[in-house]
Write a new protein. Structure first.
Length: 313
């Protein structure tokens, strides 16, 4: 198990290094000059040149990449061109919103999807299965920002149970959770629909195996066989989807954070792009990529725990 973990960690670190080069080059290709954006199109050439020199934009690409990567390796992501504040602190503040939001949305998706997927698999071909498949298809098709607006209209405007947007911080945990409730539900619904369908397919495939028929022949009910034997062996595709979903919820919540005016990482990246604050964009995206790679590593470890045969791969 230790050798398996070391091998996977090494390969993922190589992936992170390649990703850092790709992120840097892609961000550098974004049209627009940060100095011109900050000073305006009417700024004097001498002033623009002085600001580019101050920001390090007059240096060559290899030097700027090496300087940025050296800071990343020491925990210093640089300073924002726009706000003149450390990017590490900015990302840390925004992660206090984005990380709990993604975790809450994923937990809601799992809580919804597991019983729904198991229910559909246990009633394959029956009316209950058809209803579940229809509802999950609707859940996948609904745009989460449109569903978010419906939630705001119902629970914030009409019923006044939850706030329509904003985030007051974690000084009051109850208020913070209430502020994250609607965006978490909006993010969780499509993911729960996807996860339920994947779980149903994996369980149906597992239920056709010989050892399941043996368990039934020993007197176990269909429900007991499903919970005790089929579920564990159907977890590998489910774990794959869970890893992908958490990554999506971390990186893909930009629209939802803007709908609910949440000061999260996605909203910060959106604002940095509009302000041509390139150093913030590339550092924040690298953090998201690192989070995705870390989740992938944890999913691989979970694979090996669920199925020991994978440790030899």
């Amino acid at each position: 198990m230790l050798r398996f973990a070391v091998r996977r960690l090494f390969s993922l670190l190589v992936s992170l290094g390649v990703a850092s080069v790709a992120i840097f080059l892609l961000v550098e290709m974004v049209p627009g000059d940060p100095a011109t954006f900050m000073l305006g199109t009417g700024a004097q050439p001498e002033t623009l040149a002085a600001l580019r020199q101050q920001l390090g934009l007059d240096q060559s690409l290899p030097w700027r990449y090496a300087h940025w990567l050296g800071g990343v390796l020491t925990g210093d992501l640089g300073h924002s061109f726009t706000y003149k504040t450390p990017i590490t602190a900015m990302i840390g503040d925004r992660m206090r919103v984005s990380l709990p939001l993604a975790g809450l949305a994923l937990a809601l998706a799992v809580v919804i999807a597991l019983p729904v997927g198991m229910f559909a698999a246990s009633r394959r071909g029956r009316p209950g299965d058809g209803v579940v498949m229809g509802l999950t298809q609707i859940g996948i098709a609904l745009p989460n920002f449109w569903f978010a607006m419906l939630l705001v209209l119902l629970f914030a405007v009409r019923l006044r149970w939850l706030p329509a947007g904003g985030f007051g911080g974690w000084d009051d945990p109850v208020a913070a959770l209430r502020a994250l409730a609607l965006p978490a539900i909006a993010l969780a619904l499509p993911q729960a629909a996807i996860l339920a369908r994947v779980l149903r397919s994996a369980l149906i495939e597992t239920l056709d195996q010989d050892y399941i028929r043996t368990a039934r022949a020993k007197g176990l009910s269909r429900g007991q066989t499903l919970r005790r034997h089929a579920l564990r062996n159907a977890l590998i595709p489910v774990l794959t989807i869970l890893g992908m979903q958490f990554s999506f919820l971390m990186a893909g919540a930009i629209i939802i954070e803007n709908v609910f005016y949440l000061p999260g990482l996605g909203r910060m990246i959106f604002q940095a792009i509009t302000q041509r604050d390139l150093i913030v964009v590339q550092s924040a995206v690298l953090v998201l990529v690192a989070a995705v790679i870390l989740v992938t590593f944890l999913v691989d470890l979970a694979y090996a725990l669920v199925d020991p045969r994978l440790r030899r791969a």
